[in-house]
Write a protein that binds this ligand. Structure first.
Ligand code: SAM
Length: 391
């Protein structure tokens, strides 16, 4: 049952989603939107804002409903469900994605009646519910790695009379028994495309996934699978999703990378670290495509004399690292420290220069081809124009 308050909130959200997408939702999706209300999929405690402040339906029902119908993601689980009480140590492990990205992805998925869809990352179950309403529950399977989330989603879906198949397990393996699928939709990001998704997609079928590199989490990738098990397609500049469990980098700069006996090589650069790891998302995306094994982290005001900001870079195997320091004064002079077999800052500069020389293309001009042996080949504009792989 949708009450008057919820109905008003749903109407407001529908308007903002339509504004965001630049066109009214297709009637079939709009009817799914009304039949599968988002608030019915949110737990009574959610976490909101950059500081992941707790918001409870019991104590603050109006605020909770406002978040349920804002066009933003709502965190529905923190720390993989662990009991974290220290607010400084909270991180999101599940969320109901922002409604406009949910409908953007559903549009991009381009489903037709009769098609079978596999969703990876059930989360709250909302997306699976929308798909089940649109296609019929028997056409939809969804996989969730977290058993508590998967049981909760299943229960909520049943509560609305929707019973897609909800599988508890690692979505990297897809669902071999239920395949082949016409569409595979991931709602957690990946750094490499699991081979099972390609193998379980029918020739001509589509895989849509949020992309990330250890450098930067950004972009949707829409792959079409051919009759030889090759998947290829373009990126588009949207979204940042949580990374699929199983592909996480658990790197801490002092614990895992930098050792007291390391003697880094010192040099200077005029390229600002903010140019490669700042607000320019197109630059970061392109660098991430070239440095697919390089991780980076900012350290503001490190406890080092004369250093205002430090950018850390490290290979995901922790063999090489670099730090680039800014003293807070000189606009064009940065101190570089590099250690290990790969001079990582030099590599990041080369990746940045390549992108600038290519005309600073945005994510939508890049694509990726994945062959059956698992090789990932990123390209610019056409599949034969390879993006350099530098690290
Ligand atoms: C952004 S949420 C998904 C949102 C969801 N589609 C919805 O409608 O609420 C990402 C989900 O992916 C799940 N996930 C992460 N790694 C996974 C894996 N290896 N297999 C399946 N699910 C995974 C997370 O537990 C989380 O629930």
């Amino acid at each position: 049952m949708i009450g008057a308050e919820e109905r008003a909130a749903m109407r407001g959200l529908l308007r903002s989603v339509n504004d965001h997408l630049g066109a009214p939702m297709a009637p079939a999706w709009e009817s799914a939107y009304w039949a599968v209300p988002r608030h019915a999929f949110l737990p009574s405690t959610v976490w909101v804002g950059d500081d992941l402040a707790e918001c409870s339906r019991e104590t603050a029902p109006e605020t909770w409903l406002r978040h349920a119908y804002a066009d933003t993601s709502v965190v529905t689980q923190i720390n993989d469900g662990g009991q974290e009480t220290d607010p400084d140590d909270r991180w999101a492990s599940c969320s109901a994605s922002a409604p406009s990205i949910v409908f953007r992805m559903l549009n991009m998925l381009d489903v037709r009646p009769g098609q079978k869809v596999l969703e990876i990352g059930t989360g709250t179950g909302w997306n699976a519910g929308l798909l089940a309403h649109r296609l019929g529950a028997d056409r939809v399977t969804t996989v969730e790695v977290d058993p508590v989330l998967s049981a909760d989603a299943s229960r909520r879906l049943k509560g609305l009379g929707l019973e897609p198949q909800v599988i508890g397990g690692d979505g990297a393996f897809g669902d071999e028994a239920g395949g082949p699928y016409d569409r595979v939709l991931a709602t957690c990001s990946v750094r490499s495309v699991p081979p099972a998704w390609i193998a379980q997609t029918r020739p001509g079928g589509v895989i849509l996934l949020p992309w990330e590199s250890p450098w930067f989490c950004y972009g949707l990738l829409r792959l079409t699978v051919d009759g030889h098990g090759v998947a290829s397609g373009f990126f588009s500049p949207h979204s940042a999703f949580m990374l699929m469990r199983g592909q996480r980098t658990d790197l801490k700069i002092y614990r895992d990378v930098v050792r007291d006996d390391h003697e880094p090589v010192e040099s200077f650069t005029r390229l600002a670290p903010r140019s490669v790891a700042g607000d320019d998302w197109a630059a970061q995306f392109a660098i991430g495509l070239q440095l697919r094994r390089v991780w980076r982290a900012w350290h503001e005001n490190p406890d080092v004399e004369g250093v205002a900001t430090r950018l850390w870079l490290a290979t995901t195997d922790a063999a090489s690292w670099a730090a680039v320091d800014w003293d807070g004064k000189s606009p064009e002079r940065f101190t570089v420290w590099q250690y290990g077999p790969q001079s990582l800052w030099d590599t990041a500069e080369a990746a940045y220069d390549w992108w600038r020389n290519a005309g600073s293309p945005g994510p939508e001009r890049f694509g990726l081809t994945v062959t059956p042996d698992g090789t990932h080949t990123p390209w610019l504009d056409t599949p034969d124009r390879f993006v350099p792989q530098l690290g």
